[in-house]
Design a protein around this ligand. Structure first.
Ligand SMILES: [Zn+2]
Length: 130
């Protein structure tokens, strides 16, 4: 029985709303990173970090259908608007060194950096897709 992440939320309130919705449908789930994300809110959304709702792997399809309005699209659904490629990744995108430096400085100085979120990028032409 494998446990997988269903969704990463911006805050604990959103995660608890999703957990309640899943529990009402009979899907067992639990929340992780709640305390860390609440105590250090400026680290939320940093490269996928945040309050996470975890479920059993066999419930994934049903749970995904229930929260589909909150999920990002699959990488396979996205086509690069610049070159038409289907090879799409999710990560820092372009200028990785600069973004890693910003993350390092934010950690060092404990400043907010919620605007630095993972983004889709084309693995062929290296363009960021917004
Ligand atoms: Zn491309």
């Amino acid at each position: 029985m494998d446990i997988i992440r269903l969704i990463t939320c911006d805050n604990a309130v959103e995660a608890h709303l999703i957990k309640g919705k899943l529990n009402n449908e009979g899907i067992d789930c639990f929340i992780t990173n709640e305390n860390t994300s609440t105590l250090i809110p400026y680290m939320n959304n940093m490269m996928g970090a945040g309050v996470q709702v975890m479920i059993h792997k066999e419930d994934y399809d049903r749970a995904r259908e229930l929260v589909k309005d909150k999920l990002q699209p699959d990488n396979t659904d996205i086509v690069c608007p610049y070159c038409g490629s289907h090879r799409i990744g999710l990560g820092l995108g372009n200028h990785k060194c600069m973004k890693l430096f910003i993350i390092f400085m934010a950690l060092l100085n404990r400043i907010a950096m919620g605007n630095l979120k993972p983004m889709y990028y084309c693995k062929d032409c290296k363009q960021e897709i917004r």
